[in-house]
Structures are given as structure tokens and as C-alpha cells.
Design a protein. Structure first.
Length: 128
């Protein structure tokens, strides 16, 4: 795929994920405060509802997908805008891809560990 087309796709991804990502982040901040402060009870955010929403696996997956789908192309666009030399831009894009792949792997591992607690026994840090 040529660079111009890839950059247009990146821009569309950033545009389409910005509103869902913003809404999810607002939800996470409000539910976090809902768990530690009674001030948001007038919005209907009791401790129980806040805790259920804040720890919902579906919302976690949606948030992480939005972070990856927004963050990777956003940083790639920023790198392309700032780095004029083609080799430097390609190296930056590869580093960004590796960073987001590592993030996705860490999130997937954490989710698998939540689903299957015995999965990491014997090689994880801490107790076990």
C-alpha cells in the first residue's frame, strides 16, 4: 500500500475513534470517582454501579481497542508530520507499531490471566 493511502486510512481511524475514545475515558473517570466519592450519586453513580461499569470486561476491551485504533495511527501521523526523512519516518513507524503490539500483548495476557488464573503460575512475579 502506498504511503498516501496509508496516511489517509490513519487519518480516518483517528477521526472515527476520537469520539468513542473520549466517551469511554469520561465514563472511566466518572465511574472511578463514583467508587471513591459519594458526590456523583446525584448522577445515579452508586458505588456498586460504578464498580460494575469500571470493571466491566466489555468496556475494558472496547477501551483498549479504541486506544490502539486511535493511538497507533495518531502517533504515526504525528511522526510523519515531524520527520521529513523517509528512513527516519519508517523507523519511527516501526517503533510505534512495536510499542502498540507490546501493549496489545500485555492487555491480552492480562485478560487471559483474568479468565484463566492458573495460566501464569510458575513464571509470574510476586506471589504464586
Amino acid at each position: 500500500m502506498d504511503e498516501a493511502r496509508r496516511l489517509r486510512i490513519y487519518l480516518k481511524l483517528v477521526e472515527y475513534t476520537s469520539i468513542p475514545l473520549t466517551l469511554l475515558m469520561i465514563l472511566y473517570v466518572l465511574t472511578g470517582y463514583g467508587m471513591i466519592s459519594p458526590a456523583l450519586r446525584h448522577l445515579g453513580l452508586s458505588y456498586a454501579l460504578s464498580a460494575n461499569l469500571h470493571t466491566s470486561p466489555v468496556l475494558r476491551w472496547l477501551l483498549n481497542a479504541a486506544v490502539i485504533l486511535h493511538g497507533y495511527p495518531g502517533l504515526a501521523l504525528l511522526a510523519r508530520k515531524r520527520l521529513k526523512r523517509r528512513g527516519l519516518w519508517r523507523a519511527a513507524e516501526a517503533a510505534i507499531a512495536l510499542a502498540f503490539a507490546a501493549y496489545a500483548a500485555a492487555v491480552a495476557h492480562a485478560e487471559l490471566y483474568i479468565a484463566f488464573p492458573g495460566l501464569g503460575r510458575g513464571w509470574r512475579f510476586g506471589r504464586g
